[in-house]
Design a protein around this ligand. Structure first.
Ligand SMILES: NC(=O)c1ccc[n+]([C@@H]2O[C@H](COP(=O)([O-])OP(=O)(O)OC[C@H]3O[C@@H](n4cnc5c(N)ncnc54)[C@H](O)[C@@H]3O)[C@@H](O)[C@H]2O)c1
Length: 321
């Protein structure tokens, strides 16, 4: 797999910075561009901090990281950023019209062979790339936050994306140590967002109904199913949950309980302003520290979990779930 000569990241919010940190940590030349000069300044500091944090966490070798950082181009225009890039990553806010306009502009300046990907969290690729003339090289590569730590990236092709472009995107992501997951078809929120939204709605509902506090709810997820799911996804978890009978035994024993709970789960689709206020107040009261410190502590825990999983996995990868 050839690696890109240069990656251009457009949009320097949390996700753009994460992509830039990830690519720089592999020693890849990266250009980053944001319309907002204040964001560019902040991003420049954040990329260095987040890239060097990967060294401190033992996730990237210092010499390669320093090479990536010394090649980092804080571009002053879209065309400067994109020039000579083999991979252009769009990472602006989740607004379909803004993405369409930007991607049409990217198409004007990108080299004929450049791969173009969007970081969208759940918009349809047909909408995102709706104003482009060539679709064979366009697809969504949806990372999780922070992209430089969480390995999963959802790859969502547009109907007309070429197989070569998908293979190339998957190759780049693997070279960055990611685990690309290819969706067979696009669906709003893709897979990860839908799972997160379904679980979060029930979590919010349990808090708002006074069943549990914010921090106990978070612990119930992260030290309960969350830690189990890190070792084995939900299907494998239930296949292993009822002895030798596997999933057949589990459905016989517990499907009826799940069916009765499914009937009672939250199914609202909006939070009214009062509910939002109560939720925000509850979360801010539970987590009083500065967001920056809370994030650093979270990243340390994430790294410890990833490290443990990497060490525990069989080299064949056959036991993964
Ligand atoms: N934040 C997350 O947890 C998360 C996770 C995965 C994917 N995503 C997706 O990644 C994308 C970026 O998310 P984010 O949270 O980093 O957004 P953000 O709002 O924090 O940052 C977007 C940046 O894009 C810049 N921008 C806007 N228009 C621009 C343009 N035309 N040219 C250059 N820069 C421009 C803005 O100035 C801003 O700094 C979104 O599509 C989002 O859905 C977000």
């Amino acid at each position: 797999m050839t690696i890109p000569r240069k990656v251009a990241v457009i949009g320097a919010g949390d996700i753009g910075v994460g992509w830039a940190a990830l690519c720089a940590s592999a020693g890849w030349p990266v250009a980053i561009f944001d319309l907002n000069p204040a964001t560019m300044e902040r991003a420049s500091i954040e990329i260095e901090r987040r890239t060097r944090a990967l060294v401190a966490l033992g996730r990237a070798p210092e010499a390669i990281v320093e090479r990536g950082l010394s090649d980092l181009d804080r571009a002053s225009s879209l065309s400067d950023a994109i020039q000579d890039a083999d991979w252009v990553i769009e990472a602006i806010h989740e607004d379909v019209a803004a993405k369409q306009k930007l991607l049409a502009a990217i198409e004007q300046v990108a080299g004929v062979d450049a791969l173009i990907s969007s970081s969208s969290s759940g918009l349809a690729p047909t909408d995102i790339f709706g104003r482009m003339r060539r679709l064979d090289r366009c697809l969504v590569t949806h990372p999780l936050n922070p992209p430089e730590l969480i390995p999963i990236v959802e790859v969502v092709p547009e109907g007309r994306t070429s197989v070569a472009a998908i293979t190339r995107a998957v190759g780049y992501l693997r070279a960055l140590g990611r685990h690309p997951i290819l969706l067979k078809k696009s669906i709003p929120g893709y897979v990860v967002g839908r799972i997160a939204a379904a679980v979060w709605r029930e979590c919010i509902d349990l808090v708002l109904r006074g069943v549990i506090s914010v921090d106990d709810l978070d612990r119930a997820v992260s030290l309960g199913p969350g830690i189990g799911w890190a070792a084995a996804g939900p299907h494998l978890t239930y296949h292993l949950a009822a002895g030798e009978g596997g999933i057949r035994g589990f459905t016989q024993q517990l499907l009826a309980s799940f069916e009765s709970w499914w009937q009672q789960l939250a199914h609202w689709a909006q939070l009214d302003p009062d509910q939002q206020r109560v939720l925000i107040h509850g979360i801010e009261r539970a987590y009083k520290g500065k967001v920056e410190f809370l994030r650093e502590a979270r990243d340390r825990r994430l790294n410890a979990i990833l490290r443990a999983l990497e060490q525990a996995r069989a080299p064949s990868g056959q036991e993964s779930g």
